[in-house]
Design a protein around this ligand. Structure first.
Ligand SMILES: [Zn+2]
Length: 192
């Protein structure tokens, strides 16, 4: 990224992703979501989610009829695609925008941040963006951990590699190289 406008554009994209995580900014779930963040909005009690993959927006009754190219796979890969886009913007900003790089370095991820009601921090635009993205990223990781055995049956090898690739990159940027389970273990250790 060489120009200020490229920095501004990447920041805008990330700010847009963060806006969708607020009740007012939430977008309607499209019929065929593509690189769309299905976990952007908070879950509401009683909101219907798929009984197989737990994503909102569709219903499948069993892994068997979820199928390799069915709505469950689309939902999971839509979210993976969303995080791939976010990770590209983060990588670009980290290289060329000092305030963003500082916000990444200052960012502290905790296990509780995966919850919708976790506290949002104040600070610079960059700090708020990094904090909101981290919380929603942990929600995504926690969601995936909950459906992992089913995901293994639904996703093909290439899909799974994309999930692992984006997880590796974002664990580096947003969790300083930790994983969700590392954060879990740390939270248990802190309670003792
Ligand atoms: Zn599903």
């Amino acid at each position: 990224m060489s120009s200020d406008s490229a920095v501004g554009d990447a920041l805008q994209q990330l700010a847009g992703a963060v806006r969708e995580m607020t009740p007012l900014g939430a977008k309607t779930i499209p019929k065929n979501p593509e690189r769309f963040n299905l976990l952007a909005r908070p879950y509401r009690y009683g909101q219907s989610t798929c009984s197989v993959c737990k994503y909102p927006g569709h219903q499948c009754s069993s892994v068997r009829n979820a199928g390799k190219n069915g709505p469950c796979r689309n939902a999971i890969m839509s979210t993976v695609g969303f995080w791939e886009d976010v990770s590209a913007h983060i990588a670009a900003l980290y290289q060329s925008h000092q305030r963003f790089a500082d916000a990444i370095k200052k960012n502290v991820a905790t296990y509780d941040m995966r919850l919708d009601n976790s506290a949002q921090i104040g600070g610079s635009i960059e700090e708020v963006i990094v904090n909101c993205l981290t919380r929603n990223y942990l929600k995504f990781q926690s969601h995936f951990a909950g459906i992992r055995p089913k995901a293994a049956a639904i996703l093909d090898k290439n899909d799974y590699a994309r999930y692992e690739g984006v997880t590796h990159r974002l664990n580096e940027f947003l969790l300083h190289g930790s994983s969700l389970s590392d954060l879990f273990e740390r939270s248990i250790a802190n309670l003792q």
